[in-house]
Design a protein around this ligand. Structure first.
Ligand code: IDP
Ligand code: MG
Length: 136
C-alpha cells in the first residue's frame, strides 16, 4: 500500500551561512523528495523555544534555541513515499561524527549542535511542525 507522507525539514543556520541551501535541496530532489513549500526566515528565540519544547528539560535546550534563532533558516515541507523515515535516513545521525557516508550530516554537519538540518521524527510531530511554520 502506498504511504505518501509530508515531513518538515529545516536547513539550519550553519548550512545557510555556508551557502549550502541549493546543494542540500538537490540532495532532497535527487532522493525523490518534492519540495511542496519553502521559505527562508529568521525566527525569534521565543519561537525556537516553542518549536523545540520537547527538549526543554535537556541541558542543551538554551543553546539549541539560541542557535536556531541565530541566523536565517530555510523551512520546507517535503513529500515522498515514507518521507518521515526517508528524510531521517538521508539526514543521518544527530552527531555528524556518527553519520553514515552519503548522508547530509556526514557531508555538511560540523558538530552535534551545528548539524545542518532538522527533520521531523514521527507522523504526529511532522503534522505539528508543518503547522507550526506553514499554518496560515
Ligand atoms: P535530531 O535533530 O537528530 O532529531 P534531537 O535529539 O531531536 O536530534 O535533538 C535536536 C537537536 O538538538 C539536534 O539536531 C542537535 O542540534 C541538538 N542536540 C541534540 N543532542 C545534543 C547534545 O548532546 N549536545 C548539543 N546539542 C544537541
Ligand atoms: Mg529531533
Amino acid at each position: 500500500m502506498s504511504n505518501t507522507e509530508q515531513t518538515l525539514s529545516i536547513i539550519k543556520p550553519d548550512a545557510v551561512e555556508r551557502n549550502l541551501e541549493n546543494e542540500i535541496k538537490e540532495m532532497f530532489k535527487n532522493n525523490g523528495f518534492s519540495i511542496l513549500k519553502e521559505k527562508k526566515i529568521k525566527i525569534e528565540k521565543s519561537e525556537a523555544e516553542k518549536f523545540y519544547k520537547v527538549h526543554e528539560t535537556k541541558p542543551f535546550y538554551n543553546d539549541l534555541c539560541e542557535y536556531l534563532s541565530s541566523g536565517p533558516i530555510v523551512v520546507m515541507t517535503l513529500e515522498k513515499e515514507n518521507a518521515i523515515l526517508g528524510n531521517r535516513d538521508l539526514m543521518g545521525a544527530t552527531n555528524p561524527k556518527d553519520a553514515k557516508e552519503g548522508t547530509i550530516r556526514k557531508k555538511y554537519g560540523i558538530s552535534i549542535d551545528k548539524n545542518s538540518v532538522h527533520g521531523s521524527d514521527s507522523p504526529e510531530n511532522a503534522k505539528i511542525e508543518i503547522d507550526f511554520f506553514f499554518k496560515d
